[in-house]
Design a protein around this ligand. Structure first.
Ligand code: NAD
Ligand code: UGA
Length: 432
């Protein structure tokens, strides 16, 4: 049975959730406070790079099941479900900042119909279900936790083909109503209490971050003992208990969630009286990785980058997204700029004119719209995001553009042997 759903927040999670629920047959109103974003959506334009989203959005709008409005009160007052998909950024003390969640709940609380289910899809600390209950100020509505596990770049696919659906609810009937929204999606369903659902989300993200930090630490050992990281991860990954996923070494993990969520989990544990040293180590290894990758470029440039130009391919926190938030590429660049380097960078998803946020994130970096232009007169080229198209470029042209053919392959993306045959000095991650 189709349900009436309001989605609060049209970002990566809210927009994907709204579009996919409309695809499953529900009547969805997506709301945001950002007038410009809502205007764009109403023109049929998708404000984020996300495979498949535009087509499904058009399908929902044309089918009359999906609309976009500014302000959530009217939509929420007319809905059976309200999904909170607003930001939960890192607060000053490392904990998640719940002010957006509280503001949204405060706003809609007085207008909800009895029996409405308010669902936390934002990533929120243990105990946030209570926070939302209080902010709503209602005892006749339900608050349920239903964390989201989608990855940027494959958000639609992940939403419609999840590894599991997690629902945390004190009221079993409310849990069943939320589960019924996912009609047609065949996947394990975990119904638990709200704190467990909230912790599943943080524990999963932190585990994945730990896996990547572990791999980057093993890469450092490979470099020290002369082993080849690509072969090491292949050998590890065939063990089914380890698996091949999340074993790619790189310039460190980043993005809008791993950094804030791992710090938030450290804080959740600390507040509960547990020192999560293991996770602190995971974060520390990641911070070191930015420095290690920057140092590879300094070494290749002869020991100093002061006053020198460096070329960069890849600015986003991973490929197939246009998201620059907490990008490892920008972290490495920052460390090189601090040593006097001038950066010229190319990314397939970044081109002028830049909006205010991007201009701020990319301050001091010369953005070029051609990968070879990023190499022109550069001492070293760094590959920092794993965009597939970088593999197929003309490396003779790259060699001609660089001062000398030297590459830091921060994602082990390129064909090392082919580059060496062309005369490149090559440094990968965990392979010299
Ligand atoms: P985002 O920044 O892309 O989008 C958030 C949207 O909420 C923005 O458009 C903003 O204008 C809007 N907003 C803020 N306050 C509002 C209000 N009161 N009413 C209506 N709209 C409001 O954020 P995101 O990446 O979608 O993340 C949202 C939450 O989901 C976070 O808690 C995040 O940790 C979690 N999450 C994100 C991902 C991801 O891949 N990005 C995956 C899983 C979970
Ligand atoms: C991650 C999780 O994978 C999602 O399940 C979760 O829903 C989401 O965070 C969230 O809570 O926001 P996402 O941030 O889109 O998704 O990106 P990932 O694909 O997980 O990559 C995170 C970072 O780790 C990137 O910087 C990526 O380059 C890096 N990474 C990932 C590696 O360096 N090596 C790997 O093998 C995998």
């Amino acid at each position: 049975m189709p349900s009436r759903i309001t989605i609060v927040g049209c970002g990566y999670v809210g927009l994907t959730t709204g579009v996919c629920f409309a695809h499953l047959g529900h009547e969805v109103t997506c709301t945001d406070v950002d007038q410009q974003r809502v205007d764009m959506l109403n023109r049929g334009e998708v404000p984020i790079l996300e495979a498949g989203l535009e087509n499904l959005m058009r399908e929902g709008v044309n089918g009359g099941r999906l609309k976009f409005v500014v302000g959530s009160v009217a939509a929420a007052a007319d809905s059976e479900f309200v999904y909170l998909c607003v930001p939960t950024p890192q607060g000053a003390d490392g904990s998640a900042d719940l002010s957006y969640i509280e503001a949204a709940a405060n706003e809609i609380g007085p207008h909800l119909q009895p029996e409405t289910i308010v669902v936390n899809k934002s990533t929120v600390p243990v105990g946030s279900t209570r926070v939302v209950e209080q902010a709503l100020g209602r005892s006749d509505v339900y608050v349920v936790s239903n964390p989201e596990f989608l990855r940027e770049g494959s958000a639609v696919h992940d939403f419609l083909n999840p590894d599991r659906i997690v629902i945390g609810a004190e009221d079993q009937a409310a849990a069943v109503r939320v589960a019924a929204l996912y009609i047609g999606i065949a996947t394990p369903l975990i119904v638990t209490d709200p704190p467990s659902a909230e912790l599943i989300k943080y524990a999963s993200n932190a585990f994945l971050a730990a896996k990547v930090s572990y791999v980057n630490a093993i890469a450092a050992v490979c470099e020290a003992v002369g082993a080849d990281m690509n072969d090491v991860v292949l050998g590890m990954g065939y063990d089914k208990r380890i698996g091949h996923e999340f074993l790619r070494p790189g310039p460190g993990w980043g993005g809008s969630c791993f950094p804030k969520d791992s710090r938030a989990l450290i804080r959740i544990a600390e507040d509960a009286g547990y020192d999560f040293d293991l996770l602190e180590g995971v974060v520390e290894v990641n911070d070191d990785q930015f420095v290690r990758v920057a140092k590879k470029a300094v070494d290749l440039a002869g020991g100093s980058v002061d006053g020198k130009t460096l070329g960069v391919w890849g600015l986003t926190f991973k490929a197939r997204t246009d998201d620059l938030r907490d990008s490892p590429s920008l972290e490495v660049i920052k460390r090189l700029q601090a040593q006097g380097a001038r950066i010229q960078a190319f990314d397939p998803s970044v081109s002028p004119p830049l909006d205010a946020r991007r201009a701020r994130d990319l301050e001091g970096i010369e953005i070029v719209t051609d990968p070879y232009a990023a190499c022109a007169g550069a001492e070293v080229l760094l590959v920092l995001t794993e965009w597939d198209e970088f593999k197929w470029l003309d490396f003779d042209k790259v060699a001609d553009a660089l001062v000398r053919p030297r590459i830091v392959d921060g994602r082990n993306l390129l064909d090392r042997e082919a580059l060496r045959r062309r005369g490149f000095e090559y440094r990968g991650i965990g392979r010299t």
